[in-house]
Ligand binder design. Structure first.
Ligand code: NAP
Length: 244
């Protein structure tokens, strides 16, 4: 039977590559987007033209009612929810002493609280079916910290903690909870870095290049597969050796 996956922030970047890969592997894919309306519609058309099973849902994942509506829509449209990929996220580069309350709150709401909302909503369906997997997209900065990205690093470190604790709690319900911690991946998230900063980041990466969204998606596809049924509570690095 086809598996159904919800992917947050899936109109562009890592989420988009993940949606394309899961759809190509014959999953029902719920593509969540928030601001990228045109990109979401373009992705929807390109996948449905290939005969793949996808739906779009616009929701701000920092708002619980919108998340609840998205999960209910997915359940009603596809009949079940097997997988959740918490990918939506934001980054911001700013000195810690300059961070405003709003900077802090927006970062934590988007990168952490949204995962709380989405995961709670799907677990209410997964626990009774005694099967399911959730995958959280964290970051190397949650493992080792990044200067001028303290709030981002803190949110991703909390996400790693959430992953480990929740994996223990829902393991008896046969639900796997894992984390991918990407290194530097070529997406719009790199736009704020100038050429010099990018060169330094490349130098710090033993494989001497940035990763692609497709490489992160490939790891998610493995973690979502039955081959990964005995893997839970783990942080899998897709980072070119940046963190070993
Ligand atoms: P991206 O291209 O900037 O994409 C970010 C995505 O998050 C967009 O699809 C955006 O949706 C979505 N999003 C943001 N706020 C949202 C909200 N409130 N509700 C719903 N969706 C929201 O960045 P990316 O590199 O693909 O990042 C994806 C994930 O990977 C993030 O969690 C990021 O922290 C993580 N990551 C990235 C890197 C990297 O180097 N690129 C490294 C480590 C970890 P809309 O455009 O529709 O609003």
């Amino acid at each position: 039977m086809k598996k159904t996956v919800i992917i947050t922030g899936a109109a562009r970047g890592i989420g988009r590559a993940t949606a394309e890969l899961f759809a190509a592997h014959h999953c029902n894919v719920l593509i969540n987007y928030h601001r990228s309306v045109d990109a979401a519609q373009q992705l929807y058309h390109s996948l449905t033209e290939q005969g793949l099973s996808v739906e779009l849902f616009k929701a701000d994942v920092t708002r619980r009612p919108e998340v609840e509506a998205m999960v209910a829509f997915c359940q009603q449209r596809f009949g079940q929810i097997d997988l959740l990929i918490n990918n939506a996220g934001i980054a911001q580069s700013r000195l810690f002493i300059d961070l405003t309350d709003e900077d802090w709150q927006t970062m934590i709401n988007t990168n952490l609280t949204a995962v709380f909302y989405c995961t709670q909503a799907v677990l209410r369906r997964m626990i009774p079916q005694k099967k399911g997997k959730t995958i959280n997209i964290a970051s190397i900065w949650g493992q080792v910290g990044a200067s001028c990205e303290v709030h981002y690093s803190a949110a991703k470190a909390w996400l790693i903690g959430l992953t480990k604790a929740l994996a223990k709690e829902v393991g008896p319900s046969n639900i796997q909870v894992n984390c991918i911690a990407p290194g530097i991946i070529e997406t719009a998230m790199l736009t704020p870095y100038n050429a010099e900063e990018k060169a330094v980041l490349k130098e710090q990466t033993p494989l001497e290049r940035f990763g692609t969204p497709e490489e992160v998606a490939a790891c998610a596809l493995f973690l979502a597969s039955d081959a990964a049924d005995f893997i839970t509570g783990q942080v899998i690095g897709v980072n070119g050796g940046f963190v070993v």
